[in-house]
Ligand binder design. Structure first.
Ligand code: DGL
Length: 274
């Protein structure tokens, strides 16, 4: 009954932590493509190919359902994967929609026409690829009208986190928040549209000030996954093993993951023969 969690690197661990806490009986298999992170500066064809490779590896682990705990892959590759690549008996789901449903106060599957919502000014922080895809604005427009979105491509933040340089990552977050506030001085809500950013959520909140509600994905994705599996239990795959896989150096990745989540995290090579 395994479920796969995919990310370009360490960021998806924020989602992994929330889903393992919410669904402790489900063996989750994590795949971090650390050898190829960051995805946020790659082109669409590259992101599509790397994401498909990771998802296939998770299918090999008996995960019929894979969560792309990566906004960049969700924004750039997911639609094409669902339309052209994912077989009928498997599912690949992204992390955008649960967050937009929370922001627009909608229930899952509510396909009614877009309507006015309470939040009018939204700051979006994401990778350069996610921002230029405009996937967030597209998904939001299906559900809400009259919402002004100001997006900040947060270059360098994922690289700094992957390198374990949290001082640089914090400085970059503060300068990206400043840049956005110059263009939109009073957002009501801020969306952390990259799964690496919850590792710095307190820095975003501090830089934005206490009046801004910060929407972070891990808890929202965990709730939405629990709801999905209750309705579609057939997508719990045949796998039984919890595993943490990486395309990078398992020792180094494990050490950084342990530092971030403050518990022992042991990674294995995703492709040991390579
Ligand atoms: N955690 C990924 C995301 O949510 C980071 C993407 C990257 O590797 O740049 O977008």
């Amino acid at each position: 009954m395994a479920v796969g969690i995919f990310d370009s690197g360490l960021g998806g661990l924020t989602v992994w932590e929330a889903v393992t806490a919410r669904l402790p009986e489900v063996p989750f298999v994590y795949y971090g493509d650390n050898a190829h992170a960051p995805y946020g500066v790659r082109d669409a064809a590259d992101i599509f190919a790397l994401t498909c490779r990771g998802v296939e590896r998770l299918w090999d682990e008996g995960c019929d359902l894979v969560i792309l705990a990566c906004n960049t892959a969700s924004a750039v590759a997911l639609k094409k994967m669902q339309e052209t690549w994912v077989p009928k008996h498997k599912r690949v789901l992204g992390v955008f929609v649960p967050m937009i449903e929370a922001l627009t106060e909608r229930q899952w599957g509510d396909n009614s026409p877009p309507r006015e919502v309470a939040v009018k000014h939204v700051a979006l922080f994401a990778t350069p690829a996610t921002v230029s895809s405009r996937a967030f604005q597209r998904e939001l427009a299906f559900r809400a009208i009259g919402v002004d979105v100001e997006a900040q491509p947060c270059g360098g933040v994922v690289d700094a986190i992957e390198a374990g340089d949290m001082i640089l990552a914090e400085a970059l977050v503060r300068s990206h928040v400043e840049a956005l506030l110059r263009r939109m001085p009073n957002p009501e809500a801020a969306v952390l549209g990259c799964t690496h950013y919850p590792l710095l959520e307190h820095v975003f909140q501090d830089a934005l000030g206490p009046k801004v509600s910060v929407y972070s994905q891990p808890r929202l994705v965990a709730e939405s996954l629990a709801d999905y599996l209750a309705r579609r239990p057939e997508f719990l795959g045949p796998g039984t093993q919890r595993r943490l896989l990486t395309t990078g150096d398992p020792k180094k990745v494990g050490a950084k993951a342990t530092q971030f989540l403050k518990r022992a995290m042991t990674f294995e090579a995703a492709f040991p023969e390579a």
